[in-house]
Design a protein around this ligand. Structure first.
Ligand code: ADP
Length: 483
């Protein structure tokens, strides 16, 4: 069982108090590297989730709002607490998610960056009076908190994803009811320990509920006291939330699946492209929504690029992330592992060639999937059509710019994309043609707290990060004054 000073409680947190499930129901949390159960965490009932919403309602202040200074201080305190406890939070994160320890601790720094950004830019949410005086009135725009928000996060960035949402919600003055993924609730509990000990957030401003998604989701979707949900996860669940909140016309911020194209032209710096692809693709073991999922390589450089990838991939190590010196940890669970294996088998059966890695029959026990590169991938293959969410690099060849823009867009998703070329004009054309919310030019980097990030098409609604993200949790209210 996991031991940590930040995990002395393994329960929800409602109205400023650690709250157990009344019947003592729990669920197990596993270490994916060993398969061992590392904690049993309280599973909340409908009544408890409803109590969390009530607590949020009691913390919402409309007529006497929390000042900008107060909100900035909350954000700064959380940022400072995360920085101070980065090693321990990273260790907890590593043990329940599996990503290498240094990467896990890097995620804590990334999370702190969102609280820092929002605290630095919170003044943008202050009311302002517009310079014109139409209709003989003075027009003031106020940014009101949306209200109590439901924040639902996935397991792939246990601290990063909540940081994006919570920083903007607190900046706006919105209380929240937070539901982490059941694979990774411990990092969230640790964050709540920090908020409990190191901030003076009002009771009910942040509430933690864990357990069955169907129970928690139902309350958050049906309660008229929750006017907004911010969700990161699968497109399938995102669609369900759209349907389940339609009746009340709730405000939704959705960050859903991706199917990122990574395009390498024949004039690209192939070493830089290969290095960036490795860093991008194998972060979190390939389990991020911005991981390159379809690698389009110009046919003239396909062999050379494949060789560079193989050379790098063959040096990578896979193992228990807590050991500190591995590049890739285990996949999150058996379903995740089986999906990557199915994509590899399907591609090889349909004619793809293995460039690096193992044949499906040679994969060992446990959830450790070796980094794998395949080429001659075609549109009918699962790895091309679906998000693989694992360390499989599928290369497809192309000839022309128009052809590769069309192929890149041949997906319902529109989250991240990447283009590698030495030709600036071509990069501009390709970026403009790709219907993706993020398009890296000669970089495989993903989001950063300072810039907006989010999806087009079925990849979502709204943005996180940047000023755009800061404005997600406010309702502009316009007050024209006659006299
Ligand atoms: P993933 O495949 O990354 O696990 P999911 O969309 O299944 O993505 O889950 C993302 C988050 O959404 C998790 O916290 C999960 O428990 C939660 N979730 C799943 N189904 C629902 C639902 N019907 N209502 C609310 N939250 C849900």
């Amino acid at each position: 069982m996991i031991e940590s000073p930040l995990l002395t409680k393994l329960t929800g947190y409602i109205g400023g108090r650690w709250t157990d499930n009344a019947e003592g129901n729990t669920f197990d949390v596993y270490n994916p590297a060993t398969g061992a159960v590392i904690a049993q965490v309280a599973s909340m009932s409908e009544q408890e989730v409803t109590a969390a919403v009530e607590a949020g309602k009691s913390a919402l202040r409309l007529t006497n709002p929390y000042s900008i200074e107060t909100r900035r201080k909350w954000l700064e305190d959380i940022r400072d607490a995360l920085k101070e406890h980065r090693e321990e939070i990273g260790r907890i994160l590593c043990l329940e998610h599996g990503k290498p320890l240094q990467e896990a601790q890097g995620e804590v720094d990334y999370a702190a960056g969102f609280f820092d950004y929002c605290s630095t830019h919170i003044q943008a949410l202050d009311a302002h009076t517009i310079p014109e005086k139409p209709k003989n009135c003075t027009w003031t725009v106020h940014y009101r908190p949306v209200g109590v928000t439901g924040l639902i996060t996935p397991w792939n960035f246990p601290i990063g994803m909540i940081a994006k949402k919570l920083s903007a919600a607190l900046a706006a003055g919105c209380p929240s009811v937070i539901k982490p993924a059941s694979e990774t609730p411990l990092t969230m509990i640790a964050l709540f320990s920090l908020m409990d000990q190191h901030t003076d957030l009002p009771d009910g401003m942040v509430n933690l509920v864990m357990g069955k998604a169907s129970v928690i989701g139902k309350v958050l979707c049906e309660s008229p006291d929750v006017p907004m949900l911010s969700f990161t996860g699968s497109t399938e669940v995102g669609r369900k939330l759209v349907l389940d909140t339609a009746e009340q016309v709730k405000k939704l911020a959705l960050e859903l699946g991706g199917n990122a194209p990574f395009i390498v032209f024949d004039d690209a710096d192939l070493d830089a492209a290969a290095d960036n692809l490795i860093a991008n693709k194998f972060r979190g073991g390939g389990q991020t929504c911005v991981c390159a999922n379809r690698i389009f390589v110009h046919e003239k450089v396909a062999d050379a690029f494949g060789d560079k990838l193989a050379e790098r991939v063959n040096k990578m190590t896979v193992g228990d992330g807590i050991n500190g010196d591995v590049d890739i940890g285990p996949l999150i669970n058996k379903a995740g592992f089986d999906k990557v294996k199915r994509h590899l088998e399907d591609a090889l059966e349909k004619g793809a060639k293995l460039v690096a890695g193992k044949q499906p029959g040679e994969l060992g026990e446990g959830l450790f999937f070796p980094p794998t590169v395949i080429t001659e991938v075609t549109r009918d293959m699962c790895c091309y059509r679906e998000e693989t969410f694992g360390p499989l690099v599928p290369m497809a060849l192309f000839r022309t710019e128009d052809e590769v823009i069309e192929a890149g867009n041949d997906t319902e998703f529109g989250l991240a994309s990447y283009v590698f070329t030495g030709d600036a004009e071509r990069a501009q054309r390709v970026a403009a043609g790709l219907r993706f919310g993020h398009c890296g030019w000669n970089t495989g980097t993903g989001p950063t707290p300072e810039a907006p990030f989010g999806g087009m098409k079925a990849s979502g609604i709204g943005r996180e990060g940047g000023l755009e993200g800061l404005f997600e949790f406010v309702e502009p209210q316009t007050v024209p004054r006659g006299f």
